[in-house]
Each structure stands twice: as structure tokens, then as C-alpha cells.
Design a protein around this ligand. Structure first.
Ligand code: NAD
Ligand code: DAU
Length: 354
């Protein structure tokens, strides 16, 4: 079959990538969606099991640090677009092992940029390199204000520094070699299939098992939460309508202090599990803070809303309820990803904190 477009997605077995792949495979039967993923601890083919037999979908296990494999694939497949999500993504792990983040997030991105440049050989019509990034590159806000697309970069963790570096390299390939690029920087995602090292799935898992809920510092750190399917919709929008060379901030217009969000989750979990009110909240335990913890993130997403017509489709109440239900109904998934190496990570991360 000949496809109207061939799209390479990197990191499509991860949390956000799996939702992006699903949306693209189902929305565009005339596109070939080619997913490459190293399948690290965070990548799981179970996340996209439903797509395995889709005729317009292919998967290959490739490490983006393998420059030859990436270049060969790009030459062979003549992709129209790369949607680059593969990354090491967890701030706490970046504090434990910064170099892994430099390797995948910086060098891996450069390998992809080189491969795209080589394969496209100056023929840039109908081509796009779309880099998925984070609001953390902008640093930390005080009590007021928002990150816009022109906010100066001020990354403060090894993770955000590696993402900031990758953004700079993507822009450098645009300005220096003319590569057609677009970047989006998104706030905190939540939803099904998120690895339970991140706040929301970790706390769902711990509530279910009546384990302590480790709240870092004073719990008054603030994040802007977006349902993952709405991020995938935004990526689809930027992929098709984003202007070359531009950056788009994506966010949920939905700021929560951690402790308020945790209290809400505890109340909802008590209801869903049929436990007495206050049962889950009794697990809340304040622990040693994350080093260099960014105080507040808040995204001004008015540019993508105004220029490309995107906005979230799901309210936070709906999205959180869907998310809690998904984890409660998919306990096999949660149990399978929390066996083995997860326990070692958990012990190392939380052992001396309580
Ligand atoms: P994730 O950790 O759930 O998934 C990352 C995926 O990348 C996994 O499938 C993993 O196997 C794969 N991967 C890692 N190293 C690789 C390598 N060397 N080669 C090939 N594949 C590799 O991450 P996520 O939360 O889905 O984030 C996806 C992207 O979105 C990242 O670039 C992240 O920086 C960005 N982002 C995430 C959030 C968020 O809240 N999770 C918000 C904004 C931006
Ligand atoms: O803002 C976008 C970023 O959001 C993404 O780029 C990252 O990939 C993603 O991991 C996320 O980073 P955060 O550090 O904000 O997410 P995390 O879920 O790790 O933490 C959310 C908040 O909860 C943060 O203030 C730290 C706090 N926290 C987290 C954990 C894991 C706790 O209090 N206790 C915990 O055990």
C-alpha cells in the first residue's frame, strides 16, 4: 500500500508516545506510523498492544543512541516527519544518574537531527522534525506569572538541562542547516499508562497498597496538569498546522499545589475503593525535599489556542476520574511494571527520605 505520509515516532512505547501513536494510527489510516523505542524500564509494548495488527503501524526496537541504525532507517523509509518523544523523563532519576539523560536526551536528539538532515539531503519540502519538550526548560516561577514562548531558558535539574540542550540543538539545526523544525513545550501530563514513579500513578499505587504517600518538602509546589490525550491532540495539531521554526507552549490552564491535588486524589480514591473518608489521607507523609525542587510551573498556552485553535477537551475533574478508574481497572499493568527493577528504584529513591 502506498501511504500519503510516513511518520516516524520515537518513544512511542512510553506514556505520552503511546497516546500519540494511537491517535495518529486511528485518525490517519492513509499514513504509515513507524514507532521506534529502546524499551527502557519506561517503555512497554503493553501500552500499544491494541495497535499491533493495525495495517498502517510498524514497530522496531531501536536505541536512538545507535546512530547507524537511526540513519539507515531514515534513509530506507524516507519519512515525511519525525515526532521525537524518546527521552529519559523523570527528574528524580536525573538527580541519581545525570549522564543517562545527557546521552539519550542530548546525543540521541543530535543523532536524529543528523539522520534527518542526511536522509532529506536539502529536500525539505513536505518534511518536518517535530521535537517534544517540556515547560521545565523555563525554570521556576514565583507566586505569579506564566511561561510564554519567549521566556528565557533557566533549567535547574539535570533532566530539564538536558531537555533545554536538546531544544537548542534542534533550533541550531534549523538556523544552520535549514532543517524544518517545530518545538512544543508542555506542562505536567497525567492519564493512563504513566510509569508509577511520577506523582499521580505513584500515589494511586501507594494508596491501593496502603503505603505512605511521600510528599516532598512543604507540599506547596505547584504544577499545571494536562490530560495526556489532550497533549496528544495538541501534538497532532502542531504536526499538521504548526509554523516552521516556531515554538508552541501547551498547558492545561490548570494549576494545583501538590498537597491540594493529593488531598483530592485521597478523597476520590476513598470513594472509589469504598474506604471510609480520611482513610487515604492518613497515609500522607511529609519527606525530605527533592534537591533543587522547582517551586512553580505555569504555562501560558494562548498562542496554540489562538493560532492553531487547540484547547483541552477534558476538564480536570473528568480527566482525574478517568485516570483513577484506569489504574484501578488495570491493576495487572500496574503490578507488572512495579515488579523487578521498580522496587530497587523505589528503595533507593525513598529509603533515606522518611
Ligand atoms: P516516558 O519516560 O514515559 O517514555 C519515554 C519513552 O522513550 C519510553 O518508551 C522509553 O523506552 C523511550 N526511550 C528512552 N530512551 C530511549 C532511547 N535511547 N532510544 C529509544 N527510545 C528511548 O516519557 P513521557 O512522560 O512519555 O515523555 C515523553 C516526552 O515528552 C519526553 O521527551 C518528555 O521530555 C516530554 N514531556 C513529558 C511530560 C510529562 O509530563 N510526562 C511533559 C512535557 C514533556
Ligand atoms: O512539567 C513537565 C514535566 O513534568 C515533564 O517534563 C517531566 O517529564 C515529568 O516527569 C514532570 O516533572 P515533575 O518533576 O513536575 O513531575 P513528578 O510527577 O515527578 O512530580 C510532580 C510534583 O510532585 C513535583 O513538585 C514533585 C512532587 N512529588 C513527586 C514525587 C514523585 C512528591 O511530592 N512526591 C513524590 O514522590
Amino acid at each position: 500500500m502506498s501511504y500519503s505520509k510516513r511518520i516516524l515516532v520515537t518513544g512511542g512505547a512510553g506514556f505520552i508516545g503511546s497516546h500519540v501513536v494511537r491517535l495518529l494510527v486511528n485518525s490517519y489510516p492513509d499514513y504509515l506510523i513507524f514507532n521506534i523505542d529502546k524499551l527502557t524500564y519506561a517503555g512497554n509494548l503493553e501500552n500499544i498492544r491494541d495497535l499491533e495488527s493495525a495495517p498502517n503501524y510498524r514497530f522496531e526496537r531501536i536505541d536512538i543512541l545507535d546512530a547507524d541504525a537511526v540513519a539507515q532507517l531514515m534513509h530506507q523509509m524516507d519519512f515525511n516527519a519525525v515526532v521525537h518523544l524518546a527521552a529519559e523523563s523523570h527528574v528524580d532519576r536525573s538527580i541519581q544518574d545525570p549522564l543517562a539523560f545527557v546521552h539519550t536526551n542530548v546525543l540521541g536528539t543530535i543523532n536524529l537531527l543528523n539522520a534527518a538532515r542526511g536522509a532529506w539531503a536539502g529536500q525539505f519540502e513536505n518534511r518536518l522534525f517535530y521535537h517534544i519538550s517540556t515547560d521545565e526548560v523555563y525554570g521556576s516561577l514565583g507566586d505569579t506569572g506564566f511561561f510564554t514562548e519567549t521566556t528565557a531558558y533557566d533549567p535547574r535539574s539535570p533532566y530539564s538541562s538536558s531537555k533545554a540542550a536538546s531544544d537548542h540543538f534542534v533550533r541550531a539545526w534549523h538556523h544552520t542547516y535549514g532543517l524544518p523544525v517545530v518545538i512544543s513545550n508542555c506542562s505536567n501530563n497525567y492519564g493512563p499508562n504513566q510509569f508509577p514513579e511520577k506523582l499521580i500513578p505513584l500515589f494511586i499505587h501507594n494508596i491501593r497498597h496502603r503505603k505512605p504517600l511521600p510528599v516532598y518538602g512543604d507540599g506547596k509546589y505547584t504544577r499545571d496538569w494536562l490530560y495526556v490525550v489532550d497533549h496528544a491532540r495538541a501534538i497532532d495539531t502542531v504536526l499538521h498546522r504548526g509554523k516552521l521554526g516556531e515554538t508552541y507552549n501547551i498547558g492545561g490552564f490548570n494549576e494545583w499545589k501538590n498537597i491540594d491535588l493529593i488531598q483530592l486524589m485521597c478523597r476520590l480514591m476513598d470513594q472509589k475503593l469504598g474506604r471510609p473518608e480520611g482513610d487515604s489521607a492518613s497515609l500522607i507523609t511529609y519527606v525530605t525535599d527533592r534537591p533543587g525542587h522547582d517551586r512553580r510551573y505555569a504555562i501560558d498556552a494562548s498562542k496554540i489556542q489562538r493560532d492553531l485553535g487547540w484547547e483541552p477537551s477534558v476538564t480536570f475533574e473528568q480527566g482525574l476520574s478517568l485516570t483513577l478508574d484506569w489504574y484501578l481497572n488495570n491493576q495487572d499493568w500496574l503490578d507488572s511494571v512495579t515488579s523487578g527493577a521498580y522496587q530497587q528504584y523505589y528503595d533507593k529513591q525513598y529509603k533515606n527520605r522518611f
